[in-house]
Design a protein. Structure first.
Length: 246
């Protein structure tokens, strides 16, 4: 089996690569930076994992198209890469003190370009290379704003990504395809974007390794997850508008 993981040079992406690789799956490390991507390949290879670097920049579609030309077959496409907001030199990328009123249209546009358009281009470009029973897994987040969590650009882009996944899933179902696409919400994870440490918030924040194991398990199980959004606790959200359909 072969898996392409975007943003696999660090954090959750690297943890997914590590977990899958230890199970004998060949890993394609998708990353914007060749030096960081190659460093991740070295770390994986040192553990006996078959891995190679693929330049993938969701903000540069040429890199996606070039990668698709070089890759002939995939069993798993894991769309992990993304940004929480447009980058500001004087502010953290995930600034939880930023209010909804602070977001500009450029913030929304840049985040949507990467998280939605970039992920969509990945799916379109690699779908022809995906095995008949292959799976596409999007790493995503809950989209219901609350007092603790409501980053406008990030949530908006992931909401669009979730709808895209469910729509592709519907097409797979209607055409009789055995392919699957679904989203996984790993919950609070300690990353360099949020500055949290594993075990923080009374144990709610998990390590990247824990998140990677969860995502890998779902990617490899024998259940049909097509069209589902799966929370870290196993809860499956199959309908975003349940009250409308009651």
């Amino acid at each position: 089996m072969k898996a392409l993981i975007t943003g696999a040079n660090k954090g959750i992406g690297f943890a997914i690569a590590e977990t899958l690789g230890k199970l004998g799956i060949g890993i394609l490390v998708g990353a914007r930076s060749e030096s960081r991507g190659q460093e991740a390949v070295k770390k994986l290879s040192a553990q006996g994992i078959t891995a190679s670097f693929v330049k993938i920049d969701l903000n540069n579609f040429d890199t996606i198209h070039n990668a698709a030309k070089e890759i002939n077959h995939l069993d798993l496409l894991i769309n992990n890469a993304g940004i929480p907001d447009s980058h500001k030199a004087d502010r953290p990328d995930l600034d939880q003190k930023k209010t909804t009123f602070d977001y500009t249209t450029d913030d929304l546009r840049e985040t949507m370009k990467v998280n939605f358009f970039g992920t969509h281009e990945m799916i379109r470009s690699f779908l022809p290379k995906l095995a008949e029973n292959g799976k596409i897994v999007n790493i995503t987040i809950p989209i219901q704003p609350n007092n603790f969590w409501h980053p406008l650009a990030y949530q908006t882009s992931k909401a669009a990504q979730n709808v895209m996944a469910m729509t592709y899933a519907l097409e797979f179902k209607n055409t009789g395809s055995s392919k699957q696409i679904f989203g996984v919400m790993p919950g609070g994870v300690a990353t360099d974007l949020n500055g949290h440490t594993a075990g923080a918030l009374d144990g709610f924040i998990k390590s990247a390794e824990e998140a990677g194991e969860l995502i890998a398990k779902l990617a490899l199980d024998t259940e049909n997850h097509n069209g589902q959004m799966i929370q870290f606790d196993g809860k499956i959200i199959t309908d975003y508008e349940v009250q409308i359909h009651r």
